[in-house]
Design a protein around this ligand. Structure first.
Ligand SMILES: Nc1ncnc2c1ncn2[C@@H]1O[C@H](COP(=O)(O)OP(=O)(O)OP(=O)(O)O)[C@@H](O)[C@H]1O
Length: 333
């Protein structure tokens, strides 16, 4: 499938109009979003993610620069055209307590329905398909007020799909969800972008998930502005580390993920292999011990088939091993 740069920004600066002049949140940058791709916008609190999404959705004007959607400048779109071009899913809980799931998803058809908003058979089919895509068919007659946060988030995504726009923007769709639900939503959006060849752009704080699941990232912060690229290119060129390394957290480019920088001050010779080796090393690191199988240390931990040895004393599990460590008598070699 051919990739099209559906959304293009040129020397775009975002921000607000203050009494003393413009407050620039993001300095001018160029970037693009592509059809068939899921792009994630990542950055620390206050970096300007919501401001950028609101600007791209035409809820507020740019401080400077231009936004083009399907080759046409955004400011030339009227409200009706915008509603058929961009679907927007915000995080705020919608106040639709007296509505069923099906009725809420059907609101996505309002850019196409007449003055009275009556749905044609075709509209009904689009609503049913949107609910099926997001796998919420079973919820269709439930009142929206009775849904869990994750279920409601899926309903809002189905509403955006029913709107049949080539572009969908979502502000933190994975906020407040448990980890499996976050994965579920991201996987769903990734699949929908591919299958329907639409452009999906979302802001998130779920860095690890975005690194795994996004086709492309936009990284944003107040110091560096915006950089864009595949998660892999941005990992390799140091951008991910530059945007997110903090004291105590380091980006491990070999694993493509972040790790806590523990600064261990003691060492343990750890003898063994496999998943229990990995788990013991993890527990020891958290308790201030650097582990290696080939160093000479006062403390030796051995992983046996059914237990652990700490300087020759047997422990049944890792909790016992940690207790034993506090009283371990140094070995003499
Ligand atoms: N209406 C406003 N007028 C002036 N400044 C604003 C306004 N709204 C937000 N800001 C400022 O713009 C900056 C970016 O805010 P924004 O909400 O876009 O960040 P964000 O990256 O979405 O943050 P978070 O991750 O915390 O949601 C912040 O410094 C914020 O205080």
């Amino acid at each position: 499938m051919e990739r099209t740069d559906t959304v293009k920004v040129s020397r775009l600066a975002t921000g607000y109009h203050g009494r003393k002049g413009d407050i620039v949140v993001t300095q001018p940058f160029d970037a693009a979003l592509y059809s068939g791709e899921l792009t994630c916008l990542l950055g620390p609190n206050g970096a300007g993610k919501s401001t950028l999404l609101k600007t791209l959705s035409a809820f507020q004007p740019p401080v400077s620069g231009d936004i083009y959607i399907n080759g046409r400048i955004l400011s030339a779109y009227d409200d009706a055209e915008l509603a058929r071009t961009i679907g927007v899913v915000l995080t705020e809980k919608v106040n639709v307590s007296s509505m069923t799931v099906r009725q809420l998803v059907a609101l996505g058809r309002s850019p196409y329905t007449g003055f009275w908003g009556a749905l044609s058979h075709d509209d009904d089919a689009v609503v049913a398909e949107a609910m099926a895509t997001v796998r919420i068919d079973a919820l269709c007659d439930r009142m929206v007020s009775t849904l869990s946060d994750g279920e409601r988030q899926k309903v809002m995504i189905a509403k955006a799909l029913a709107q049949e726009t080539p572009v969908i923007f979502l502000d933190e769709p994975t906020a407040f969800l448990d980890y499996p639900s976050k994965v579920d939503i991201m996987r769903l959006l990734h699949r929908v972008a591919r299958r329907r060849d639409i452009t999906i752009f979302l802001s998130t704080h779920d860095l690890e998930l975005a690194l795994q699941m996004a086709d492309r990232l936009w990284l944003i912060d107040k110091t560096h502005g915006v950089v864009t690229g595949t998660p892999e290119d941005l990992s390799l060129d140091g951008s991910v580390a530059r945007y997110f390394d903090r004291s105590g957290v380091v980006f491990d480019v070999d694993k493509g993920s972040f790790a806590i920088d523990w600064h261990p001050d003691s060492c343990v010779r750890l003898v063994g292999a496999g998943p229990r080796y990995t788990m013991v090393r993890k527990a020891l690191l958290r308790n201030g011990y650097r582990c290696s199988s080939d160093v000479i240390c006062d403390i030796v931990v051995e992983i046996l088939p059914d237990s652990y040895l700490v300087n020759g004393r047997r422990c049944a599990d890792i909790a016992g091993l940690l207790d034993e460590l506090t009283t371990a008598i140094p070995v003499t070699e």
